[in-house]
Design a protein around this ligand. Structure first.
Ligand SMILES: *Cc1c(COP(=O)(O)O)cnc(C)c1O
Length: 424
């Protein structure tokens, strides 16, 4: 089925078997009653799959997990409490102290901090490389490299990551590529370009209404973790926390789901951070209209990019639609149906002009969020990137007059009018 249909019908939920409810019920419960002692024993032994306790699985979360996995073309999903938790789990599922990963430098600020500082506490090293040259990933890797990590459409530079090129290099070395696809749901399908795992901050476009924090990890089921067994001890070595289970073996009856199965049965069990059933319901609600909203987000952003490109107070516009050369080629090779709704531009007057522009906006909200149905704006140099010095800001693509917009689904005339009056 096509994305528009999967967003409404995909995954495990059809009608609730006990009530016939068409909408996914919010199973706001901690625990699930066992049928008898044998049933309880089989669930704990993983001989039968079923609900035990909401830290580990929940039917409302399952409806979201299976629907989003279907939408991305993966085999299974795991819902967690935030995008940050999703990224943390993606890495901890493969890495132990002494291991490393290679990551693109173009990252969400929270991910950068997690990688540069917090993972160090666990003895996990993150090697940052410039994605301009895909070979940089291979050059930075060694026997203890467990995965590569990048974002499809990272802001503020908004240069699409060369997923296909890097995934192919990785597969030749037996190293999986994990993609943060938060900013490009529907318009990019990382599994089609060779990624092994996809994560989302569902907080953004999937939720779409700025109400709930959540994250999702999706297993592509397309990476042979056993073939490269030495590189993935967490998946191929007997696990003492599960009677010596080897996850690549234990997953076999269920399909190619070793990665996500181990994440649920070990990391979610031990570290926690599940998504709440209520938030899963909110994300299901958002997901139903995501394909429609993305169309409008993208068509509005295209118009804003063209409008700003012709404005005399604007020195440059950053959006894949106006990229040139290799950046444009990468955008066109990986995006279909739109160039996303994040957009940056540089004001002639620098920092003061950037701040004044933000203050004059009436329709746009001034917030740190992105992917809301409403249009949003922020001045990164004085907010999200203010901890960096001017040199570091420049390296990350933030100039003093840079303004970041997340274009919403309002009528384009009203969006352009607000930008026009604030620029004036
Ligand atoms: C917001 C965001 C995250 C973190 O997600 P939270 O849900 O806020 O924890 C990760 N990656 C990207 C690209 C994001 O925009």
């Amino acid at each position: 089925m096509k994305p528009e249909t999967i967003a409404l019908h995909g995954g495990s939920h059809r009608a609730d078997p006990s009530t016939g409810s068409v909408a996914v019920p919010i199973h706001q419960t901690t625990s699930f009653q066992f049928q008898d002692t044998g049933h309880a024993a089989r669930l704990f032994a993983l001989q039968e799959l079923g609900n035990i306790y909401t830290r580990i699985m929940n039917p409302t979360c399952d409806a979201l997990e299976t629907r989003l996995a279907a939408l991305e073309g993966g085999v299974a999903g795991l819902a967690v409490g935030s995008g940050q938790a999703a990224t943390t789990f993606c890495v901890l599922n493969l890495c132990e102290a002494g291991d490393n990963i290679v990551s693109s430098t173009d990252l969400y600020g929270g991910t950068w901090n997690l990688f540069a500082n917090t993972l160090k506490q666990f003895g996990i090293e993150v090697r940052f490389v410039d994605p301009a040259d895909p070979e940089n990933f291979a050059k930075a890797s060694d026997d203890r490299t467990r995965c590569w990590y990048a974002e499809t459409l990272p802001n503020p530079k908004l240069q699409v990551f060369p997923i296909a090129e890097v995934a192919t290099l990785g597969r030749n070395l037996g190293i999986p590529l994990i993609m943060d696809n938060t900013a490009a749901p529907i318009i990019c399908k990382p599994f089609q370009h060779g990624a092994a795992v996809v994560m989302h901050s569902t907080t953004k476009w999937i939720g779409g209404h700025g109400t709930s924090i959540g994250g999702m990890v999706i297993d592509g089921g397309n990476f042979d973790w056993a073939q490269h067994g030495d590189r993935f001890p967490t998946l191929n070595r007997p696990d003492p926390s599960y009677h010596g289970a080897v996850w690549t073996e234990a997953a076999k009856p269920l399909g190619p789901v070793a990665y996500i199965l181990r994440m649920r049965t070990c990391l979610l069990r031990d570290i926690g951070a599940p998504m709440s059933p209520f938030n899963a319901f909110m994300f299901l609600q958002g997901l139903e209209t995501l394909p429609l909203r993305m169309e409008r987000h993208c068509s509005n952003a295209l118009r804003v990019a063209a409008f700003l490109s012709g404005h005399d107070q604007v020195t440059s516009v950053i959006h894949p639609s106006v990229a040139t050369g290799e950046a444009k080629r990468r955008a066109d090779a990986h995006l279909a149906g739109g160039y996303g709704s994040l957009l940056g531009f540089e004001l002639k007057g620098g920092k003061e002009a950037g701040q004044r522009f933000i203050e004059k906006l009436k329709l746009f909200y001034h917030v740190a969020n992105i992917g809301d149905a409403r249009s949003l704006a922020i001045h990164p140099a004085t907010t999200t990137h203010s901890q960096l010095n001017e040199e570091e800001q420049a390296a990350s693509g933030v100039t003093p007059g840079y303004v970041r917009l997340s274009i919403g689904i309002e009528h384009i005339d009203d969006i352009l009018a607000d930008l026009e009056q604030a620029l004036a």
